[in-house]
Design a protein around this ligand. Structure first.
Ligand code: 6PG
Length: 466
C-alpha cells in the first residue's frame, strides 16, 4: 500500500469508529493503539475497509506509514493522556506535521497546547455524535490555525454528517475555539436532556402514564416542532424492554446520571464570562444531585414524598410539549449567548450562524429548530436568539404552558430544576425594571459601594446614616 493520507492514535470506541469512517470515505489511514492486540483486532474486523487501513505496532511505524506532511488524529482520553501522547509523538515528527486532538478536551488545555506547538501544526477539533456519528458522520467543530484546518478540511468534510448535502464540519477560530464550541454544545445537550427527563418525570409520577404511553408521546413529539435526536431516542429508551426481567428498561436503570465533565466545564466558564446559562447550570446540578442516592433516600424517609399525582386533566401532554418547546428555545438562547460572550472575551470571531448550521446534523443536539436558528442568527448574530421574530413568536405561544407545568410541578413536589430556571430566565429577560436596585441599596448600605441613580449620577450613596 502507498503511504497513508492520515494517521490515527487510539482505537477506543470513538477512535475505531472514526478510523472506519475515514477509510470508508476512500482515504488510506494508518492506525496505532497502545495495546497492539487491539490494533490487530481492529484491522482483522475491518472487513473490506481493511485494504485502506495500515495497522502499525509502534509509534515510529505509524509515523513512517503516513505521507508527508503528516496529519495524525489523537483519539485518547482527555487530559494528561493527550499531553503524554503529544510528548511521545512530537519528537518523531517533522516540523510541518500536524497533530489533531479530536477528543473532548477542555478548551483551556487546547489553548495551551496550541501555544506550546508554536508554528508546528496543531488542531483541536470537537467531534459530536457518539459512536454512530463517528462511524457514519459526526458534527465537527474545528479550532487552530485556519491554514492548518484547510490542509485537512477535505478529509473532515468527507467524513462529517451532511445536512442537505452541506458538510457539518466548520472551522470555528484559533486555538481552543472548536473545543469551546463543543463544550457549549454539551452544555446545551445536558439542559435539553434534563428538561426531557423532567417532563418524563411529570408523565410518570404526575400523570401516572406507563412507559409505553410515554414512549408513544415522545415519538409523537418527534413529528412536530420538537423533532430532534434527543426526543427520538427518549421515545426509544422509554419503549425498550429489559431482556433480563421483561420490565420496561427505564424501571431497571439506576437514577444517578454519569458525567465526564464537559457540562461542568461549560458552567465554570460561564461564570468566568458572567454569561447567564441557568438552565445549563441547573442540569449540571441535577446530575450532581442525582448521584446522591443515599441522601435522597434519607430525605424521603424524613420528609415523605409530596403527593406527586396531579389532579385529573390539569396538565395534558400537549401542554408538556409546549412547555418543552419554550424550554428548548431558552436552552439554546443561553448557549448561543454564552458563545457570543466568549467570542468577544477571547478575541475569537465565532461564527454563530455557522455553529447553528454545524449542529443541524450528526451531533447529539441536532434538531429541526436549528435550521431556523441558523437563519435567525444569520439575520442578526448580535440579537439574542429568543428575540428573533420566529422564536419570540414561539415563546409568546408557549411560555404559558411552561409556567403551568412549572407551577403544577412545584405544587406537587415534582423537581423540575431546568424547566423552572428556564422560566425564571424568561421572566427576568422580559422585566425592564428588575429588583437589583435593592441589591445595590444593600451593597451601598453595608459597604458604601455606590449606585447609579435613575435620574442621573453614578457612584451615589444613600442616606443610611451609618
Ligand atoms: C457528543 C457527546 C459526547 C459526550 C458523551 C458523554 O457530542 O457526542 O456530547 O461527546 O461526551 O456523550 O458525556 P457525559 O458523560 O458528560 O454525559
Amino acid at each position: 500500500m502507498s503511504k497513508a493520507e492520515i494517521g490515527l492514535i487510539g482505537l477506543g470506541t470513538m477512535g475505531a469508529a472514526l478510523a472506519l469512517n475515514i477509510a470508508d470515505n476512500g482515504f488510506d489511514i494508518a492506525v496505532w493503539n497502545r495495546t497492539t492486540a487491539r490494533t490487530q483486532d481492529f484491522h482483522k474486523n475491518a472487513g473490506d475497509l481493511a485494504d485502506h487501513i495500515t495497522a502499525t505496532e509502534t509509534l515510529q511505524d505509524l509515523v513512517d506509514a503516513i505521507a508527508k506532511p503528516r496529519a495524525i488524529i489523537l483519539m485518547v482520553p482527555a487530559g494528561q493522556p493527550v499531553d503524554d501522547q503529544i510528548d511521545a509523538l512530537r519528537p518523531l515528527l517533522d516540523d510541518d506535521d500536524m497533530i489533531i486532538d479530536a477528543g473532548n478536551a477542555n478548551f483551556h488545555d487546547t489553548n495551551r497546547r496550541a501555544r506550546d506547538a508554536g508554528d508546528k501544526p496543531f488542531l483541536g477539533i470537537g467531534v459530536s455524535g457518539g459512536e454512530e456519528g463517528a462511524r457514519f458522520g459526526p458534527s465537527i467543530m474545528g479550532g487552530g490555525k485556519r491554514a492548518h484546518w484547510d490542509r485537512v478540511a477535505h478529509i473532515l468534510n468527507a467524513i462529517a454528517a451532511k445536512h442537505e448535502g452541506e458538510a457539518c464540519a466548520t472551522w470555528m477560530g484559533e486555538e481552543g475555539a472548536g473545543h469551546f464550541v463543543k463544550a457549549v454544545h454539551n452544555g446545551i445537550e445536558y439542559a435539553d436532556m434534563q428538561m426531557i427527563a423532567e417532563v418524563y418525570g411529570i408523565m410518570r409520577d404526575g400523570l401516572a402514564m406507563d412507559d409505553a404511553s410515554i414512549a408513544d408521546t415522545f415519538s409523537g413529539w418527534d413529528n412536530g416542532p420538537l423533532k430532534s435526536y434527543l426526543i427520538e431516542i427518549s421515545g426509544k429508551v422509554a419503549g425498550a424492554t429489559d431482556p433480563k426481567t421483561g420490565k420496561p428498561m427505564l424501571e431497571v436503570i439506576v437514577d444517578a446520571a454519569g458525567q465526564k465533565g464537559t457540562g461542568r466545564w461549560t458552567v465554570i466558564e460561564a461564570q468566568h464570562l458572567a454569561a447567564p446559562i441557568p438552565a445549563i447550570e441547573a442540569a449540571v446540578v441535577a446530575r450532581n444531585l442525582s448521584s446522591q442516592r443515599d441522601a435522597r433516600a434519607a430525605g424521603e424517609d424524613l420528609f415523605g414524598t409530596a403527593p406527586h399525582r396531579l389532579p385529573h386533566d390539569i396538565l395534558s401532554t400537549d401542554t408538556l410539549e409546549r412547555a418543552l418547546i419554550a424550554g428548548k428555545i431558552l436552552c439554546y438562547t443561553q448557549g448561543f449567548d454564552m458563545i457570543a460572550k466568549a467570542s468577544n472575551a477571547f478575541g475569537w470571531a465565532l461564527p454563530l450562524p455557522d455553529i447553528a448550521k454545524v449542529w443541524r446534523a450528526g451531533c447529539i443536539i441536532r434538531s429541526a429548530m436549528l435550521d431556523d436558528m441558523a437563519t435567525a442568527l444569520a439575520e442578526d448574530a448580535d440579537r439574542t436568539l429568543m428575540f428573533a421574530p420566529k422564536f419570540a413568536n414561539m415563546l409568546k405561544a408557549n411560555h404559558d404552558a411552561l409556567r403551568r407545568v412549572v407551577a403544577q410541578a412545584a405544587l406537587h413536589g415534582l423537581a423540575v430544576p431546568a424547566l423552572s430556571s428556564g422560566l425564571a430566565y424568561f421572566d427576568a429577560m422580559r422585566t425592564a425594571r428588575g429588583t437589583a436596585n435593592m441589591i445595590q441599596g444593600q451593597r451601598d448600605f453595608f459597604g458604601a459601594h455606590g449606585f447609579d441613580r435613575v435620574d442621573g449620577g453614578t457612584g451615589q450613596h444613600g442616606p443610611w446614616g451609618n
